[in-house]
Design a protein around this ligand. Structure first.
Ligand code: AMP
Length: 125
């Protein structure tokens, strides 16, 4: 079910529980600002999710409320993960769904990293 990105942060969401260590994840990177782990249902040969450590519903919420250090830390973490996985030369795709029309399912900001094959054009032409 897609979520309404205008709702307040829900501390019981799956990614909040992963951050608290209540649920497992296949972690590939962690620092003060971000956690990166494998998507449980990969849509590409490599499909990583990067989430901020703070309680932000979506890109909208994060870009409005997060402080500069959180934003810099998170953005740098996304780039670092892709670089350390060797994805810059072959290329990769980033995606962040926001709210109902995008079909965002988990109400904690996550950036998808897709890689490992030719991903094709983003939108049907
Ligand atoms: P979105 O539709 O942008 O909200 O994407 C949510 C993503 O979270 C989907 O790709 C799911 O496969 C993924 N997902 C859901 N639960 C878990 C989990 N426990 N661990 C890792 N990925 C998950």
């Amino acid at each position: 079910m897609p979520i309404d990105a205008t709702l307040p942060y829900d501390e019981t969401n799956i990614f909040a529980r992963i951050l608290r260590g209540e649920l497992p994840s296949k972690t590939v990177y962690e620092d003060d600002y971000a956690l990166a782990f494998h998507d449980i249902n990969p849509q590409a040969p490599l499909h990583i999710l990067v989430i901020p450590k703070g309680p932000y519903v979506s890109w909208d919420d994060f870009s409005e409320r997060a402080d500069d250090a959180e934003i810099a830390g998170f953005i740098r973490a996304v780039g670092l993960v892709a670089r350390e996985l060797g994805l810059v030369a072959p290329g990769y795709r980033l995606l962040a769904n926001v709210g109902l029309d995008s079909h965002q399912e988990i109400p904690h900001l996550h950036v998808h990293i897709f890689a490992g094959k030719k991903l094709g054009p983003m939108l049907v032409r």
